[in-house]
Design a binder for this molecule. Structure first.
Ligand SMILES: Cc1ncc(COP(=O)(O)O)c(C=O)c1O
Length: 487
């Protein structure tokens, strides 16, 4: 391998370029911010004398995590070095029995589906509302959770993702009350809301609102290393020992002291200067949003959405831009921003793009994104109705089809399978996941019926050049389906 081909060289070159990150991690490659985090080999140790053991904490790590719990107002806080994914796996497996039942919002991340697979669970889905005219998912309604629980007494735990990738927050306080009335625990995937606990201007964290387990990816929205996350517990509805047992299963036996020190560092910083910095960040965001609200064709998803479509609150650090009123697709806008403006966004969907901002952002970056969007917007002409295109966009706004579950995810994954052309797969049962990454929410999960609208969705996403993943066939032409017994 030539030295210039090495990953480290490519990373350095990229870091020296003018490409600006509107994606994770939350430190935004900000070198000034990194000063405090200069933590490589010299402090990278293993479980030597005096430095405790994450899997059996009795000393410095125990003390550190107890301190962290007191900052968050949790009964217990656990440092995670395998991302929120390992916390979600532990939360699911630690609150359900093998072969048991869970109620989950359909817009969960793939790690939640992996948890369902590992514990052979049956899932009841609660569907988030949809901002109809934009095709963007809204929040989960408390009354929907109530209705499903009242019909399914066998549900052992409820898992909701809030905020969503698009920054939409559900009414967690009400949902927690309802779930507790049924005597069950509420798990909240707050992977995208690690900053909530430190900023008055941002939505309140689920840990303050009655959730029993809350998982936050520190690395997504706070200045910390990729992979770092925390899991918070409130006692009452959960078996703490079970959660801890599964954390030992899903976390590496060699947790990085660099990561753990960085998590502690990050919380320490956020609990002091970070609070003030979040206030200033909020002001910068508000200025940016005021300018973006003036766009004529592109639309900024803003706080006026609160109160409809299950949107209880909105995290304004997610800059969500809808292309609904233009002839562009989300993928096209994403490409323009990358190729012409060297701005790398977090995610693009059929109808919108998402830029993640954090207090690691520099004012210069926010201005670059604002001016790029204003310039693109001014170059767009008024939308001329085009029937064919319109029907495709209409389609994408209405991807609310609810898959029919024919077997559990475990059964679907383990069944004997065959490959079928995607276009000919209608009526078959999926044997693999299909999702766009990011956000990693499945369009179809193993064990679900491939309905015509879902097959159409997959094909449309492929045509739009979105990152359709999960298919075994890397060419994207075929899908694995459960083999039928031919008579
Ligand atoms: C909603 C949600 N939950 C969980 C995760 C997993 O987080 P991590 O990457 O920290 O494992 C993600 C990752 O993108 C996510 O978007």
């Amino acid at each position: 391998m030539k030295s210039e081909e090495r990953l480290i060289e490519q990373l350095r070159q990229y870091s020296d370029s003018d490409y600006y990150p509107f994606h994770m991690p939350g430190h935004k490659r900000n070198r000034n911010m990194g000063e405090e985090y200069k933590v490589p080999f010299d402090i990278d140790i293993t479980e030597i004398h005096g430095f405790d053991n994450l899997h059996h904490p009795e000393g410095i790590l125990k003390k550190s995590m107890e301190w962290a719990a007191s900052v968050y107002g949790a009964d217990k806080t656990y440092y995670l070095v395998n991302g929120s994914s390992c916390g979600i796996l532990a939360a699911i497996c630690g609150t359900t029995h093998c072969g048991g039942n869970i109620l989950m919002s359909r817009n969960c991340h793939k790690s939640a589906y992996n948890g369902v697979f590992l514990n052979h669970l049956n899932v009841r889905y609660v569907y988030p509302q949809v901002m109809e005219e934009l095709g963007i998912q809204g929040g989960v309604l408390p009354e929907d959770v109530d209705r499903i629980l009242s019909h399914n007494p066998d549900v052992e735990a409820v898992l909701i993702v809030s905020p969503t990738y698009d920054g939409v927050v559900s009414d967690i306080e009400k949902i927690a009350d309802i779930v507790h009335q049924y005597g069950k625990p509420l798990i909240v995937d707050e992977a995208h809301g690690a900053h909530f606990s430190f900023g008055e201007d941002f939505p309140r964290s689920a840990i303050e609102l009655g959730a029993d387990i809350v998982i936050q990816s520190i690395h997504k929205t706070l200045p910390c290393f990729t992979q770092t996350a925390v899991l918070h517990l409130k006692s009452g509805y959960i078996n703490q020992e079970e959660i801890e047992r599964y954390l030992r299963v899903f976390q590496t036996s060699s947790p990085s002291y660099v990561f753990m020190a960085a998590i502690e560092n990050c919380i320490f910083h956020m609990n002091r200067e970070g609070r003030k910095e979040l206030e200033q960040f909020y002001e910068s965001l508000s200025r940016m949003r005021d300018r973006l609200k003036k766009m004529k064709h592109l639309e900024l998803v803003d706080k006026d959405r609160i109160g409809a479509s299950g949107v209880f609150d909105l995290d304004i650090s997610k800059i969500v831009i809808s292309v609904t009123d233009t002839l562009l697709t989300g993928a096209e806008l994403d490409k323009i921003l990358r190729n012409q403006y060297h701005l790398e966004l977090e995610m693009c969907c059929a109808d919108h793009v998402v830029a993640i901002t954090s207090l690691g952002d520099r004012e210069e970056g926010l201005i670059r994104l604002t001016e790029a969007l204003l310039e693109i917007d001014s170059s767009l002409s008024h939308k001329v109705e085009d029937e064919e295109l319109e029907s495709d966009l209409e389609w994408s706004r209405k991807v609310t089809t609810r898959p029919e579950v024919e077997m559990t995810i475990f059964e679907g994954v383990m069944a004997e399978k065959e490959s079928v052309e995607i276009g000919k797969s209608v009526g078959q049962i999926a044997g693999e996941f299909v999702f766009i990454y990011p956000p990693g929410i499945p369009v179809i999960a193993p064990g679900e019926m491939l309905l015509p609208s879902l097959v159409h969705t997959i094909q449309q996403y492929q045509e739009m050049g979105l990152a359709v993943q999960g298919l075994k066939d890397r060419t994207g032409k075929t899908i694995q389906v459960v083999k039928r017994n031919r008579e």
